[in-house]
Write a protein that binds this ligand. Structure first.
Ligand code: GDP
Length: 465
């Protein structure tokens, strides 16, 4: 799979901008650029030092295509580990294409998605989980997701796995060595030390596996189901939450109109608010489908918010009763799920009406989406619901499903080894299970790869990365 032909791609987004960066990597990156670049100071590109920048023109025959800044990185001290040229040109799509086409005619081919990072991996500049973190970093749209990707890219996650893998490998070799001396009945691998290592590995694997629950929601946004009848103020509340935060709003229409999602960043953490239909008793077929959907959404959510109209509840005992029934239904069905009951429109209530409501619903959270009363505190409450402790302590968090699956398999094998040790299983069988565990740990860092796996991972990158 190792390939060092010359590849080129636009590294900045396509479209117009002040500046665009075009990246070239490969064994001839510098020599093929030489004739296409005229330095204003008459420098010869071939003799320039690594990590230097040069002002000049990209020329075709005698025609000047653009005035550019050209950066030279010599392998192995470059992103890909090969010779790399980065051209910062003027950001018109026309100029970008002219330059890229010129290079394509002169010894380059168009890079595939993720090919620069694939080369970085193949040339040992980073391991596989770090390379995957590059894609996550580019995709991260909030502080928490960014922080996790950054930590993984710096190797936090792989270092931990790699240390364990090395220790395990050590034991595997010793146990396999014993097999060569089977007739002499010797023990090179200290069994009590090995048991300690196994326990430690299980502890670390379990912690990483558990962290996936946090990591996955942080990467994709923490799902919060908002249950509420029409007109209780769901849209107004979402807008109020949106207002002061830098947010990305996307209306992802679900299969039916009763599942709309809004993404909002609160305190650096991404939340996905899933708007649902209410769960009132009904004989209407269409409505009961909606209710089924609501329950499905509640099941998937990390937190449930039951939004009720406080003003209606205070003035109509029937409304109060239905809200209490709704609340009980959710509690009965999902007793473990964090649930927040919010009475909206409290700006329309008198203090004694509020007291009256609290008698029936002691944990009621009071809010006015319209006036903004209670909105700030609600944000803090939502953040409290989320287990971001791991984040704050900058512990390793697993966000990648591929890693998660490999960790599960590794743990399964380690548990098998542990069982084998307890049962005095012969060393040759033990060795097989250890090798399996090593295999799955190696899958994460890229010690064990195949072309298909690499193809899948890097196909998800953008071109130019
Ligand atoms: P949704 O159908 O649940 O999304 O409800 P909307 O957000 O569209 O709100 C329904 C109506 O209630 C609108 O006329 C809002 O202006 C009003 N409303 C929403 N929140 C409040 C509030 O806190 N106080 C008052 N007085 N009216 C509100």
């Amino acid at each position: 799979m190792i390939n060092n032909d010359n590849i080129i791609a636009l590294a900045t987004p396509s479209g117009a901008g002040a500046i665009a960066v075009i990246r070239v990597s490969g064994k001839d990156a510098i020599s093929l650029t030489g004739p296409l670049f005229k330095s204003v100071r008459g420098k010869d590109l071939k003799v320039q030092k690594s990590h230097t920048i040069h002002l000049g023109h990209i020329v075709e025959d005698s025609k000047v295509l653009d005035e550019v800044l050209l950066s030279v990185f010599k392998g192995p001290n470059s992103y890909t580990g090969e010779d790399v040229i980065e051209i910062s040109c003027h950001g018109s799509p026309y100029i970008q294409q002219q330059i890229i086409q010129l290079f394509l005619r002169n010894g380059c081919r168009a890079a595939q998605a993720g090919e620069f990072t694939l080369r970085a991996f193949l040339n040992g500049k980073m391991d596989l989980s770090q390379a995957e973190a590059v894609a996550d970093l580019i995709a991260s749209d909030n502080e928490a997701a960014h922080q996790i990707a950054m930590q993984q890219m710096r190797g936090g996650f792989s270092n931990e796995i790699e240390k364990l893998r090395e220790q395990l490998l050590n034991f595997a070799s010793l146990i396999e060595l014993e097999l060569d001396f089977a007739e002499e009945d010797v023990e090179f691998a200290d069994r009590s030390q090995f048991k300690i290592l196994l326990a430690k590995i299980q502890e670390v694997l379990k912690r990483l596996i558990d962290s996936f629950a946090v990591g996955n929601v942080i990467k994709n946004g923490i799902p919060i189901a908002i249950v509420g009848e029409p007109n209780v103020g769901k849209s107004t509340l979402l807008n109020a939450l949106l207002n002061e935060e830098r947010a990305i709003v996307s209306d992802i229409a679900g299969t039916t109109r009763d599942t709309i999602e809004d993404e909002i960043t609160i305190g650096g953490v991404g939340f996905r608010f899933i708007d649902t239909a209410g769960i009132r008793d009904t004989v209407d077929v269409v409505e009961s489908i909606g209710i089924k959907k609501t329950f499905e959404k509640i099941a998937q959510a990390q937190v449930v918010v039951l939004l009720v109209d406080g003003w209606e509840m205070a003035s109509d005992p029937d409304k109060l009763k239905t809200s209490i029934i709704e609340l009980e239904k959710i509690k009965n069905r999902y007793p473990q799920k964090p649930l927040l009951v919010i009475a909206n429109k409290v700006d329309r209530l008198q203090p004694e009406e509020i007291e009256g409501l609290k008698l029936h619903l002691p944990d009621l959270y009071l809010l006015s989406a319209k006036s903004g009363l209670g909105v700030e505190e609600l944000k803090s409450r939502l953040l409290e619901f989320v287990n971001t402790g791991a984040l704050r302590n900058s512990e390793t968090i697993v966000t990648n499903t591929r890693h998660y699956n490999a960790l599960l398999k590794a743990l399964e094998e380690i548990e098998r080894v542990q069982f084998g040790m307890d049962e005095d299983t012969p060393s040759d069988l033990l060795a097989i299970d250890i090798r399996e565990a090593l295999y799955h740990l190696g899958e994460i860092t890229g010690h064990v790869t195949n072309d298909e796996l690499l193809g899948n991972i890097f196909a998800n990158f953008c071109i130019g990365k």
